[in-house]
Structure formats: C-alpha cells, structure tokens
Design a protein around this ligand. Structure first.
Ligand SMILES: [Zn+2]
Length: 480
C-alpha cells in the first residue's frame, strides 16, 4: 500500500463522510481505490461471524493520509489488538453480507466499503473498496484491521474499477439518517457538552427515533427501517426498502425537508404555521408527553426546575404576550408559589394564560393587550407551545448525510474508534430501555470471551452481542 500525505486536516467527525466536500464541514474524505480479484457472488452464510484465514495482499492500492491529529484516535477501550480480536472472532461479516446483498442480486459486489486506518498518527482512508463475496470482505478486514468501516452506495460498476470506467455512477443507496447529540447543544440543559452523554440527554435520541420511525413508516410507507447506536452519542437509521434505495438525491432532499425543522433564531420567526401540518401534529402528540416527563422536571433536563430557567422560558414568549409574561412573573414571585408547584403545573399555567389571551382576542374582549392584535402576533402566540416543545425534543438531523446517495455511514456492528463501543441495532419498540453506557465495548467483549466456561459454541454466542445478533437476524434481516 502506498500513501500520500495530504494537506493538514482535522479528524473527520465520527460517523459519516460525505463525498461532496462542500456539503459537509465534517467531510474529509479522500478518494482511493483498492482492487481485488472478482469472484462470483457467494451464497449467504448461516453463521453471523465467519472467521476465515487471511490471504494475500490486494494489489494496486491507492490511499491517502490525512495529517496528524492532536486527539488520540483510539479510545482507552480500543487498540489494534482488540480490533483484530473483534474482527477475527465476532464481527458479523456474514450477517452484513446477507443484509447488503438483498437476496439474489449482484448488489454486494458493487457496494462501496471504506476503511479508515490510523497509522503513525495519520488517518488513512481506503475508499471505493469492493468485494465480490463475503470472504473477500472478511479477508480485507483482517488484513487492514481498520479502525472504522463505512458503507457507501451501490454503484453502476464495482467501485474497485472506478478509475477504469467512464460512466461510473451511484445506482442505489439506503436512505440513511444520522442524528447526533452534538446538534442539540443549546437545549442540552443537563450540562453535557459535545461527545458527553448522560441518561438525561440520551432520552432526546429516544424521542428522535420515535418521531422518525413513525414518519418513515406511516407517512412514507417504508417498512424496512433499521436503527443502530452510533457508538457514542447518536443513532443511525437505514431505510432499506427498494423504493428508498432507488431514490434520487432530489427525492432524498425532499424527504429530509419533510422532516427537518430549523431552529436557528433567524428562521424561528416563521418556523411553524398553525394549525400544524398533520405530520407535525402527530410528532407533537408523541413528543409533548415526553417533554413534560423528561424536559421540564429537575430529574430530566430541568427546563422548568429553577427560577432562572423559568424566567428564561418566559422571555421566549412572543412580544404580543408580554402581559402574560408579566402576570406569570408576578404570580410566581409570591412566597412559596414557585416551590409549591410542579414544572408541569407551571407549563400548564403558561398555556392557560396564552389561551385566555387568544380567546379574548377572538371574543373581541376589552382586553387591551389583545384587542388590536394583528393576526401574525396571534399566530405567534398559538405556535409558541409547539415551537417550544419541538425546540427541546424534535429530531435534529445531520441533513447532508441523508441527501446524497454517495454519503458514507459507519457500518452496523462497527466499532466507534473513540469509545470502543459496538454499533448495535436498536429495538424501536423498547428504545426507552436502551442505555448507551451498557453497549458492549471491545474490552467487555474480550472479558466475556475470556470468562466463558460453558459448552463450546460460536464466539458471538459467548458474549453480550448474542442478543444484538439475534435481533438483527430476526427483526431486520428476516423482514427483508
Ligand atoms: Zn446529558
């Protein structure tokens, strides 16, 4: 393998690489090509983790290195030795091969894989890898021992032949979504910053999964919607229906636009029209109870748990509702009033006062504040509660990941390089039970393998990955 250092760049963000560089600040990928011998596509294998012996070096590998990183790429729970152990004994190459093959097609051999390898403090990206059969993929993984594996599109030709083909183009790609807690910065009142995660903010991911899963299935009619833990602070969604896979970039952008809400202050003015779009109303009905339970109280994000936060929230009321703000400020200044009411009581109180204000307008009451209220102000008051609930709960998508067919996304069951955690599938029906702190790591898997004393079985059955493998087989693969 030859490597050519490039200009200095930072480490690409954890879980996705976008080929169109101007679309994503995180996109730091470089094209490279690796070749291997074409072989007929193999049949799916019954054993999820299928260790096979290493073989000879692939030829004509081109790669490029991204310059030094100040932060350590490997987590304390990750090391080349542990990665090799994982790939040789546990990584479910067969499951992934089955999944990406879509039964009898030749799709697998035209699928792009990308390996990220950390070497001498430089990151090396091996893009446009492709493999005609599962065993080739496994052999390449064993040889490269990549720190990260990404999956890209299905192309018109085998990606390894990219440079020899004039009309090389994407043909299919699962519709994917990447949702990450770093995009929730301003509303993570628990105090977690960047990659830190606690149960109080992880609930935001549960909310996102529920909203997106419902919309994808009910509004778009997709049925093969698979969710995965990203390995650190987010979730990935893979919509595998053939209609989704064949979507153009324009269609993907339209789906993204359907789901996306913009939360920056500039756009907020006209963010939501009332009455809400039916899809947003369904999202609201789903999110509002979780807002009350997980966002408002001290045990959650604490949005209405302190006097300071209470004042801050009242400040967000539209100017036309300033008298509501003043009345509530005065009311809750009374001795014991703040302490003797729950956060939910306070939220109800705000809504009650706003309703009175709007009704007074409708009834052409003598209420001075509302008598001459322009329709636009009234609309702002009516949409305030929706905007507030959505601001603290609604999914914040990394939209560039979804818009392009050729965007890479970390493979299911891959290892997050910074946490050593496995990107295990998530069960939407029990999404509230998932705690990212419990996700298997390379080191816990090693310990489980070492501690196993039962009868001889396949390695994956000796570890906590067993449940995830079986779930993937029964709930994701079986439905395709
Ligand atoms: Zn947190």
């Amino acid at each position: 393998m030859t490597s050519q250092p490039l200009a200095q760049e930072k480490h690409p963000e954890e879980n996705s690489i976008n080929e169109t560089q101007n679309l994503s600040q995180n996109a730091k990928k470089r094209e490279r090509q690796d070749t291997q011998i074409d072989e007929p596509k193999s049949k799916p294998q019954p054993n999820p983790a299928s260790p096979v012996p290493r073989t000879s070096e692939p030829r004509n590998t081109y790669c490029q290195a991204i310059k030094k990183e100040t932060k350590p790429f490997h987590s304390p729970t990750s090391s080349p030795e542990l990665m090799q152990m994982f790939y040789s004994r546990l990584f479910p190459t067969a499951l992934l091969h089955n999944w990406l093959s879509y039964s009898s097609s030749d799709l697998f051999s035209r699928r792009e894989f990308s390996f990220t390898i950390m070497k001498d403090d430089a990151e090396i990206y091996l893009r446009y890898q492709s493999f005609s059969k599962m065993q080739e993929l496994h052999e390449a993984i064993m040889k490269r021992n990549p720190d990260k594996i990404d999956i890209g599109a299905v192309f018109s030709h085998s990606p390894k032949d990219k440079n020899a083909i004039s009309n090389f183009t994407t043909e299919q790609r699962e519709l994917v979504f990447d949702i990450d807690l770093t995009d929730y910065g301003p509303v993570r009142l628990c105090g977690c910053k960047e990659a830190n995660v606690c149960p109080k903010c992880w609930v935001l991911m549960s909310m996102a999964v529920k909203v997106m899963d419902r919309g994808l299935k009910e509004d778009f009619g997709f049925s093969n919607v698979a969710w995965f833990f990203s390995g650190r602070r987010g979730v990935h969604c893979w919509v595998c229906d053939v209609q989704a896979r064949k979507m153009s970039n324009d269609a993907r952008a339209a789906v993204v636009a359907y789901f996306e809400l913009i939360f920056d202050s500039e756009s907020k003015k006209d963010m939501l029209a009332t009455p809400l779009h039916p899809a947003l109303m369904k999202s609201y009905e789903l999110l509002e109870p979780m807002f009350l339970e997980f966002i408002l109280p001290f045990e959650g994000q604490g949005l209405l748990a302190t006097k300071e936060n209470w004042r801050m929230l009242l400040e967000t009321l539209p100017p036309a509702a300033s008298n509501v703000k003043d009345k509530l400020m005065a009311k809750y200044k009374k001795t014991g009033m703040f302490e003797d009411t729950t956060p939910e009581d306070k939220w109800s109180d705000i809504l009650k006062y706003l309703t009175i204000l709007v009704k007074a307008q409708r009834n052409t009451s003598k209420n001075k504040a509302s008598k001459n209220m322009p329709a636009r102000d009234k609309a702002k008051i009516e949409s305030w509660k929706y905007e507030t609930v959505f601001r603290y709960t609604y999914p914040r998508l990394d939209v560039n990941v979804s818009k392009m067919q050729n965007h890479l996304l970390k493979t299911p069951f891959g290892i997050h390089p910074k946490t050593g955690k496995v990107c295990i599938p998530l069960d939407v029906e029990h999404i509230d039970d998932f705690d990212p702190r419990d996700a298997p790591t390379l080191s816990t898997l090693r310990m489980e393998l070492d501690a196993y004393k039962g009868k001889e079985v396949e390695d994956w059955k000796k570890t906590s990955l067993r449940h995830s493998f079986e779930f993937f087989q029964q709930k994701i693969l079986a439905g395709m």
